[in-house]
Ligand binder design. Structure first.
Ligand code: HEC
Length: 145
């Protein structure tokens, strides 16, 4: 890549606000928080742990992740819909994988799950709506990466 392009990408990335504008987390009694917590316990906690802390050098902490509470949830939606694969190196050959959940969770379930992780462990971020998930899913459907 050219230096100018690299600098433009870096400027863009540094410009994205890390945390959302919400000041207080949604109440744990909120129905979407309760639904999201149940899904998180079933599908995510085995790797990322109930307290969102993950496992050092294996599964990232969601509690410490800026992308979880980002104002713009597209990347977050994408990683849960499609999964992700860490690179493997000769020093760290495992390259842990985040499974895809797009086939297993519908838009309402994904919205509740993401709203839950965006409002847990110290995060306070705008809820993710079913419509936002539906739009992201249809935009991603035409990309095969
Ligand atoms: C089998 C273990 C495993 C399970 C189960 C799992 N993940 Fe992951 N997750 C990973 C790994 C490994 C990564 C890092 C992938 C990478 O490096 O690209 C990851 C990354 C992530 C990230 C990106 C974090 C960041 O800071 O960029 C999010 C968000 C996430 N997972 C959410 C979830 C949610 C929500 C669930 C449940 C639906 C879930 N994960 C289930 C292993 C798992």
């Amino acid at each position: 890549m050219k230096q100018d392009d690299l600098e433009a990408i870096a400027t863009y990335l540094k410009d994205i606000p890390a945390e959302s504008a919400a000041t207080a987390p949604l109440s744990a009694d909120d129905p979407s928080m309760q639904a999201g917590a149940a899904i998180y316990r079933d599908l995510c906690a085995a790797c990322h742990k109930l307290d969102g802390a993950g496992v050092a050098a294996l599964f990232p902490s969601l509690a410490a992740s800026g992308s979880v509470a980002s104002r713009e949830p597209t990347s977050l939606i994408r990683v849960v819909l499609r999964g992700a694969q860490s690179v493997s190196t000769s020093a760290a050959p495992i390259g842990p994988r985040m499974p895809a959940f797009g086939w297993q969770l519908n838009d309402a379930e994904l919205a509740a799950l993401l709203t839950y992780i965006r409002n847990s462990w110290g995060h306070a971020a705008m809820p993710v709506t079913e419509r936002t998930v539906r739009n992201a899913r249809s935009r991603l459907a035409v990309r095969n990466d």
